[in-house]
Structure formats: C-alpha cells, structure tokens
Design a protein around this ligand. Structure first.
Ligand SMILES: NC(=O)c1ccc[n+]([C@@H]2O[C@H](COP(=O)([O-])OP(=O)(O)OC[C@H]3O[C@@H](n4cnc5c(N)ncnc54)[C@H](O)[C@@H]3O)[C@@H](O)[C@H]2O)c1
Length: 355
C-alpha cells in the first residue's frame, strides 16, 4: 500500500527540467494539475547543445500560459548547496523529482569530475534539503546501468547490483544507497526509478538513435557497437513520464519498527518496456521511419553508411527490465513499441530541423 500524495495545490520541484525527461514531465504536470506551482531547476550545461534545452523550456513556457499551475524556472546547479537550500526555503516543495544529473556512460570515462559533482554532491544536497524541509515524496532517477553486466534476465530490483561497469552506474547505485540511509534516518519517503534507455522527440542528441540520425543526415557513417549483438530495452519517453507521474502520487508508507525507529519508507522500481530489441532491428526501424518522415531520401544507401565495431568500455550487451513491481504497485506497464516511438521521433526531427 502506498501513501497517496495529491499534487494539486502543492509545489513540485523538478530538477533537470528542461532536460529531456524533466521537460516532458513538467509539460505533463502543467496539463494535469489543477492548481499549485511547478519549479524547474537546471544548470543548462552544454554537455549537449543547450539550444535544445531552451527549445524545451519554450514549450514549457507556452504550456504554462494555458495552465492554472504556476511555473517558474531557476537556473542553477544542484551541486550549489546554498542555492538548493534557498530554493527549498523559499518554495517549500511538497514533492521533489530529482532528474538533474550528468548522464551518459561513455562520457564518464573522460569526464569523471562532473559525475561526482552533479550526481553525488548534487544528490546529497537534495537529500539534506529534504531532511531540513520535510517533503511528502522524493522521487529520483536511477538507471538500468546499475545492473552492469548481469547475466540473469530480465533484470529485477531483487537482483544484486554491486558490480557497476562505469562511474555513471556507480553514482546511480550510490544515489539509491544514500536515499536509503536518509529514508531510514530522517523518515523521508523516497522512490528511485531505474530508467531503461529512454528515447523520443526532442531527446538527447548524445544517445544512439539521435546521434545516428544526425550523422546519417550529414552523410557520415554510423558505428554499431558490439557488431550489433546488443539488446536494449528501449522505453518511450511518454511511458517514462506516465510511470513517474503515477509514482509521484504514491509514496512508500511510513512505519515504526520494533526498535521504535522508522522502517525506511524507501522503494526502487524498474521502468522499462520489457521487450528488449536487437540493436540491428532498432536501426532498421529507425531508418524506415526516417525515410517515411522525409528526413532521408528513399534511395539512401544505409549499408554504405554503417560500420560494425566492437564493444565500448562501460557498455553492457543487454538490458531487459522486469517492471512487474511497477505494474503491481502503480497499475502501469510501458506499452509503446519502437515503431510508434521512433515514428514520433522522426516526425519531430523533420519538423524541428525545418523550423
Ligand atoms: N535518458 C535515458 O535513457 C536515461 C536512462 C537512465 C537514467 N536516466 C536519468 O534520468 C535523468 C534525466 O535524464 P535525461 O535523459 O533527461 O538527461 P538530460 O541530460 O536531458 O537531463 C538532465 C538535465 O540535468 C541538468 N543538470 C546536469 N547537472 C546538473 C546540475 N548539477 N544541476 C542542475 N542541473 C543539472 C542538465 O542540464 C540536463 O538538462 C538523469 O538523472 C539520467 O541519469 C536517463
């Protein structure tokens, strides 16, 4: 049983908006909530082109004009303790969704500092702020990368996840551990969500489907890792938002243990499609949808623009989510397939680049 959390009339803080998932979540909140305030907090870093973040922010601002909910954007870093404290002090958020993080597995190999700063210090600042300004629910992004090279599939939240193969994965697993200790010590209801390869319109240009599209459009070759022998549980962003939106409204319940101390109101869920796709099939579908949307011509020489290469450090051969926990507790299972999802991406790409 979850503790119901009503969002209406409340203040919701979403860090990492207007990042990809954050912006989509805020758009959903502005559509669904009938009153209250939504705060987006993001440092707008240039890990990828910040114009895309500005574009997403413009969509949010447009939606906010039609919404009964107030929206406010704060530019700053969650690694800045005094900023985080002052945001909590000023706005007293009831629900916090921490999506701000340095994402990307490969980037963590050459840029470890920023992962420690944003994903560890930043997350610690959020936890401390939740400790001093109690919240009804803290929801935060973890990642399927915590499963590392686990062989047993599908990946279950009951599986051991003590062997990360990238610093990024190690920071995400650390977030879950830190959240557990804060839930236990300070009775903070927290839910970690392990997202599985999220894609969709206005997504992240560093991710395969988007960077491959950019390269193909420029006539460049795309690299297909592990010679295409990879399976990924791709999850459409709309499914992720639906999952986060439901989870926000049901917090782990508080209870007291035999020792008179809190039983940590703590939970972790997978959110993934549950149907891993072969990378080569995903690429074929992407190509077909790019042609269909008019991003690439029908006679495009795809074979001549692909190179099969070996495995990259930090990468894993398979990701496959067991999302039964989410289904059982929140009555929801991702359902949008790659054909539909990539179609939406290709159509958005065409429109965005035309504009
Ligand atoms: N997209 C995926 O496939 C995926 C998979 C698993 C987990 N996740 C996690 O989901 C969350 C959102 O990912 P996304 O795909 O939307 O990525 P994103 O990079 O588009 O969004 C993250 C946002 O956080 C901001 N940010 C980074 N460091 C910050 C800091 N110190 N202070 C304030 N803002 C900061 C960035 O500017 C960016 O806008 C991240 O925590 C990511 O690790 C994403």
């Amino acid at each position: 049983m979850k503790q119901p959390v009503s969002l209406n009339g409340k203040t919701v803080l979403v860090t990492g908006s207007p990042g990809f998932i954050g912006a989509n979540l805020v758009l959903r909140l502005l559509k669904e909530m009938t009153s209250g305030t939504v705060i987006s907090l993001d440092n707008m870093n240039d890990y990828y082109d910040p114009k895309l973040k500005e574009y997403r922010l413009s969509l949010i601002e447009k939606e906010a004009k039609k919404s009964p909910v107030k929206h406010c954007f704060i530019k700053g870093s969650i690694a800045d303790r005094s900023l985080v404290d002052s945001v909590f002090e000023t706005y007293q958020p009831s629900v916090v969704v921490n999506l701000a993080a340095q994402a990307g597995v490969r980037y963590s190999i050459d840029h470890p500092d920023v992962y420690i700063e944003s994903n560890l210090i930043g997350f610690y600042n959020i936890l401390e702020a939740c400790r001093h300004h109690p919240v009804e629910h803290l929801v935060y992004a973890s990642s399927s990368s915590v499963y590392g090279g686990n062989k047993k599939v599908p990946f279950s939240t009951d599986d051991r996840v003590d062997n990360p193969v990238s610093l990024y994965a190690a920071t995400k697993k650390s977030n879950e551990l830190l959240a557990h200790s804060y839930s236990k010590l300070y009775n903070i209801p927290s839910t970690g969500l392990r997202f599985f390869t999220v894609y969709g319109p206005a997504g992240r240009p560093d991710m395969f489907y988007f960077s491959a599209t950019n390269r193909l459009v420029k006539g460049e070759t795309i690299k297909i890792f592990n010679y295409g022998n990879c399976k990924r549980d791709f999850t459409y962003v709309g499914d992720i938002v639906e999952g986060v939106f439901r989870v926000m409204q049901g917090a782990p319940q508080k209870a007291v243990g035999e020792d008179g101390l809190p039983i940590p109101p703590y939970a972790v869920y997978n959110i993934g499609g549950g149907t891993p796709e072969n990378l080569l099939d995903y690429v074929s579908t992407l190509q077909e949808e790019l042609v269909r949307a008019g991003v690439l011509p029908e006679d495009y020489d795809f074979e001549g623009h692909r190179e099969l290469v070996g495995m990259q450090p930090g990468d894993v051969p398979v990701t496959y989510a067991d999302s039964t926990g989410l289904e059982k507790d929140y009555g929801f299972k991702p359902s949008i397939g790659i054909r539909e999802g990539l179609r939406k991406f290709a159509e958005w790409y065409k429109k965005y680049h035309k504009a």
